[in-house]
Structures are given as C-alpha cells and as structure tokens.
Write a protein that binds this ligand. Structure first.
Ligand code: CMC
Length: 390
C-alpha cells in the first residue's frame, strides 16, 4: 500500500532539517551551531552551550548574564512536587522518578502549553533546563532518605546541582572548583547529539502538538535503555564486573561471541565510525579529575587497558567500534561520589537542552508535519470473523 522505503532502525532515513548540531561520523567531528565540541568543552561553560543550542548564536557577556539570571530564577519546582517523590518507593530507580516527575510538570504550567507560541515555547525550555537539576537531585535525596535541598541562585549551574545533591542541613557542603568544572564539562559533552533515539522520540512526540513536559518525559524514557543513555551505568557496572586487568581477555571474547548477547558497554556508535570526539575529551577530563581529587581508582586502569586491547583487536577494528561518550564518564562521576544508578539521570539532565532545542526548532519550521512512519505488514490477509457463539 503506497510507496515508502523500508528502513528499520532508521539506518538511512533523514527525518528533518536542523541547524543545531553537525556530526561527521567518519571523521569524528561534532559541532554545535558550527563550534567544535573540543573548543566548547575547553572554553565555554554549559549555560553558554545551552544558549547557543536554543538561540543559534553564542551569547555575548550581557546576553549570557541575562540568560543565566533567567535560568536561575526558574530553578525551584512547585512545592507539591515533593509529594510525587514521596509516593515512590525509597529504592525506586532515579530514572523512573525522573520519567514520572518530568511528565507531571505538564500539570503545573497550564498557561504556557500553547506550543504554537514561540515565546511560551522558550519559557518552557528555560523551565526545563532550570528545573531538571532540581528534580534529579530530589530523586537522589529520596533514594538516600535525606531532606530535599532548595536551589541556590548564587551558585553556577553545576555548583548548584552539586549542592542540591550533597549538602545536608547539618553541615555546609564545600564545592570543589575542580569537581564543579568536571561536572560542567560532562554536561557540555552530553548537551546535544542531533537525531539520536531520545531526540527523535522527543521530536516525534512533539510533532503531534503534545506539551513540552510530556515530550521531554518521552525523551527520558527513550534515553534510559542500555543501548543509549543507560550505557554509562552499564559501562561502570561492566568495569566493576571485570574488576582486574587480567580478566579483560575473557570479556573481549564474550563481546566477540555471536552466541553471547554481551557487548562492550561504552563501545560502538551508530554514526561514529571513528573515535567519538566526546570520548577523547572525557578521557582527558577523567585523568585530570582523578589527579586533582587524588583518587586512585583501579577501574581507570581496567578501562584504559580494555580500550587498548579492543582497539588492537581485529573484530573491533573491522566493525569500526571505538569508545563512545559513555566509556569514561562513569569513572569521573564515581570519583565525584555520584552513585552508578544516577548516571543516566545526569545524562538526561544535560541532554534536556538538546531535546528542547530540537522541539523548539521543529515547531518553528514551515510545513511541520506529524511524524508517522509506515510499516511492512506481516500478519494475516483479510479473512471472515466467526463470532464466539458460533
Ligand atoms: N560490543 C561488541 N560488538 C558490538 C558492539 C559492542 N559494544 N557494538 C556493536 N557491535 C557489533 C554488533 O554485534 C554488530 O555486529 P554484526 O555486524 O556482526 O551483527 C556490529 O557491531 C554493528 O552493531 P549494530 O548493533 O548493528 O550497530 P548499531 O548502530 O545498531 O548500534 C550501538 C550502535 C551504540 C547501539 C551499539 O554499538 C551498542 O550496543 N553499543 C554498546 C552500548 C553503548 O555503549 N551505547 C552508547 C552509545 S553512545 C551514547 C548514546 O547514544 O547514548
């Protein structure tokens, strides 16, 4: 029926036009609004990147100050949001709480849900970028049974997040500049990545005119899987399971075995057939952070050796499988004291700006249509129905 291309997994389908992010997977290039990820990770902070993703240009000093002040004024969530968290089991996975609470935000901002109004769309975008760290930190505090910590507007975006995660009423939390810088860089490295599964999910959800909070909740859900954002949690669990360098060959053999579902987590990418440029920055950052914090984590040794052995292996070379962004991020997050089950939430927090920038861009495009893929039907041909009583 009709004419269409059969392309499961969208291996060869361009779904939209976008001016936000460029990737050349063969050469390992990633640009946001024309700026390389290496330069942004080195010289910009996360909120600058957020501004350019949303607005198209890097901000000047005055614009940046205004943007930062707007974001900080939106960091609090409605107080009744605490009730949602208290409704979850104490051991609920933080991504489960995030899916639910981000979606629940749809019920708080009725006046701003007209998605045809660009000003309202931007206000929703600011809210989401501002409130995501608050929700993620609340999920963590709920898990460990500590009181929620309100956001502080005198701190940077990364510092505020760390403070909401780690401060307790009884004692002031001293934010290490090195840790704040590392977290800010992790946010930047995850900010956007064009039409990946979760961004495509947000676009598809938004193409029907659904509200932004519901769309971002859909993005969070899609990100959760181990083939996507869940890989950072899975990667650290894998490194822990390997444990020591001498066990690496056993796991390499498992990854190569066609009859074994095990894959090297943090390795391989649909688009990059070369080193993921984010992984290069993340690896450098990992060495810096561990040195600055004077943390000696044997898992770094395991990761470096695993990378070396895999890169020299014919299987990984022939399939062009390289470390991706998730390979080293977990070691940094662990050094900072963030538990493994929070890793994917950190990815979601950072990617929210990418999701909402794509959503905003899509709804501003002429001739925007509802996303509606076709299928190859493999079921029964038409046949007569026999009622149960017969
Ligand atoms: N370990 C072992 N073999 C692998 C791996 C791996 N990590 N990744 C791909 N392969 C093999 C795969 O078995 C297949 O072999 P064959 O051609 O013989 O069937 C071939 O390489 C191509 O893999 P694919 O699954 O067809 O490729 P894809 O583009 O559909 O999948 C991927 C990309 C990222 C899902 C996959 O590489 C993977 O599962 N990696 C591990 C999970 C991971 O690290 N995900 C994070 C991705 S980056 C951050 C993000 O997007 O969130």
């Amino acid at each position: 029926i009709g004419h269409f291309t059969f392309d499961p997994g969208f291996m060869a389908t361009g779904s939209c036009e976008s001016s936000i992010t460029f990737i050349d997977g063969e050469k390992g290039v990633l640009l946001h609004r024309g700026y390389s990820i290496e330069e942004l990770a080195r010289d910009a902070d996360y909120l600058e990147v957020c501004y350019m993703l949303l607005h198209g240009e890097a901000p000047d000093a005055a614009t940046y100050a205004e943007f930062k002040s707007t974001i900080t004024r939106h960091t609090m969530v409605h107080e009744t949001m605490t009730n949602f968290f208290h409704g979850f089991r104490p051991d609920a996975h933080p991504m489960a709480m995030l899916c639910g609470t981000v979606g629940a935000m749809s019920s708080f901002y009725h006046d701003d849900l007209d998605v045809s109004d660009p000003e309202k769309r931007l206000r929703s975008a600011y809210r989401l970028v501002a409130k995501m760290p608050t929700l993620v930190a609340m999920a963590y505090k709920h898990n460990i049974g500590q009181p929620f910590v309100y956001p502080r507007n005198d701190l940077s975006y990364a510092e505020n997040f760390l403070n909401m995660m780690f401060s307790v009423p009884a004692e002031e939390y001293k934010i290490s500049p090195a840790v704040a810088r590392a977290v800010d860089r992790i946010f930047t490295l995850h900010a956007d990545h064009e039409q990946n599964a979760s961004t495509s999910t947000v676009r598809l959800a938004g193409s029907s005119g659904a509200n932004p909070y519901a769309c971002i909740a859909a993005g969070v859900a899609s990100l959760w899987g181990p083939a996507h954002g869940g890989a950072n949690e899975a990667c650290l669990n894998m490194l822990q399971k390997i444990g020591t360098v001498d066990r690496i060959p056993e796991f390499i053999a498992k990854a190569k075995d066609k009859n074994d579902p095990f894959r090297l987590m943090g390795f391989g990418h649909r688009v990059y057939k070369n080193y993921d440029p984010r992984a290069t920055v993340m690896r450098e950052s990992c060495h810096e952070v561990l040195a600055e914090l004077e943390v000696k984590d044997p898992l770094l040794q395991v990761a470096m050796e695993l990378e070396k052995i895999a890169l020299e292996d014919e299987y990984f070379a022939s399939k062009k499988l390289f470390p991706n962004v998730d390979f080293y991020s977990g070691i940094i997050l662990k050094a900072i004291g963030i538990p493994t089950n929070m890793f994917t939430c950190i990815f979601a927090l950072a990617r929210t700006v990418g999701w909402i920038s794509h959503w905003h861009e899509m709804l501003g495009q002429d001739g925007q249509k509802i996303g509606r893929p076709r299928q190859l039907y493999t079921g029964e041909a038409q046949r007569p129905f026999t009622p149960i009583k017969k």
